[in-house]
Ligand binder design. Sequence first.
Ligand code: SF4
Ligand code: SF4
Length: 189
Amino acid sequence: MMKIELTEDTQKLSREIQSLTGENVNLCYQCRKCSIGCPAVYEMTLKPHEMMRAIQLGLEEEVFQSGTVWICLSCETCNTRCPQDINIVRVIDGLRELVMSGHVDYFNPHPEIPSMHRLFLKLVERYGRIYEMGLALILNLKMVDPFKDIDMAWPMLSRGKLKLLPHKSGGVEELRRVMSKIREIEGES
Ligand code: SF4
Ligand code: SF4
């Protein structure tokens, strides 16, 4: 069995997460309730409880290369089940933030997911709401698979669940001001 000593170095990740999110992963005692309730666990290399342990032990590479941070749906089921009241979604958001800010640079097995997050925000900033058709089309083109899921598009279009063209929301200017303020704050920090 691999023996890991808890040194300043191994505790670096859990401390970073605590300072970013206020969440103390060291409270986790591996009851596994988070993983048992997680609807996306079947896609995860590191299940939520395993990820908490990996953070406690400072296993950065395992945490980031597992891709779990990008598979998580932010559904918060784990949060409601945790007997230690750890906000696991906030922990995962903290890990995402470390990646997006370029603070860590590990191989991501799901590079399309952060791309989707960025594109989602760009479209929301442009139209004040999400433009699903545009999001799907641009992502497909980026993945060099322009007709991916095309069979689902027509039934959704015919039922009005998907719009061909984007529609601007009335609150778009206000939203742009909010996003620009966020960028300003992030730039200061
Ligand atoms: S928030 Fe993420 S980790 Fe938690 S239960 Fe949902 S998918 Fe799983
Ligand atoms: S539910 Fe909470 S205490 Fe239990 S394994 Fe998950 S994070 Fe740890």
